[in-house]
Design a protein around this ligand. Structure first.
Ligand code: ADP
Length: 202
């Protein structure tokens, strides 16, 4: 049976992971699309072999795992190669996510994904929650978390869907511009709301 799925997204540093953690603590089954993307290219999985055949052994490390940095370099400035890689991986990631979500035993499940909109993964969900913060907080929190420069964060921001596009897909918006306690309270409020939407079904 396909569970009822909430898509959770937001720009880098918006507080998605922090929000996701609160949902987990409330007993909600959660899958992280970034993790699923790593699982599908583990050694022994067919995708890794196809990547090695296409890009050559230089993208495989001596221990047989994927050399992500090498692969990133190969697709970074070559849209055709990037397209090839996405065409291979996106369906596999979607399948990995749905297999994992199918095992959910909570009344609803959460799919957290930084690229929920860009990747089309939002189509797997029944509802979309966007964590949103003003850009200055996004920069400030990401710089503090990752110890990176403002220019580095700006580069990542450019590669992500714009705020407007994300918000256009949002059913609910959590504005994470206050303290962590506020974030937690908002997640708890939304959780009660989602349980109501589910009609309190176990
Ligand atoms: P994302 O997963 O969207 O990139 P995170 O959840 O990692 O973002 O949050 C980015 C950083 O901001 C983390 O260090 C997190 O602890 C911090 N943070 C998140 N929400 C708040 C908040 N309401 N107040 C202060 N710091 C926060």
């Amino acid at each position: 049976m396909t569970p009822w799925i909430l898509g959770l997204t937001g720009g880098i540093g918006s507080g998605k992971s922090a929000a996701a953690e609160h949902f987990t603590r409330l007993g909600v089954h959660l899958v992280d699309a970034d993790q699923a993307a790593r699982w599908v290219v583990e050694p022994g999985r067919p995708a890794l072999e196809q990547i090695a055949r296409h890009f050559g052994e230089t993208v495989i490390r001596p221990d047989g795992t994927l050399d992500r940095a090498a692969l990133r370099e190969r697709v970074f400035e070559d849209p055709a190669q990037r397209k090839w890689l996405e065409a291979l991986l996106h369906p596999l990631i979607r399948k990995e996510i749905s297999d994992y979500l199918a095992r959910a035993e909570s009344p609803y499940a959460v799919l957290v994904s930084p690229l929920l909109i860009e990747s089309g993964q939002y189509r797997m969900t029944q509802r979309v929650l966007v964590v949103d913060v003003p850009e200055h907080l996004q920069l400030q929190r990401t710089m503090a978390r990752d110890g990176v420069s403002e220019a580095q964060v700006q580069a990542i921001l450019k590669a992500q869907a714009g705020r407007d596009e994300r918000l256009r897909h949002a059913d609910d918006v959590l504005v994470n511009d206050r303290d962590p306690a506020w974030l937690q309270a908002e997640v708890e409020r939304l959780h009660r709301f989602y349980l109501t939407l589910r009609g309190g079904q176990p």
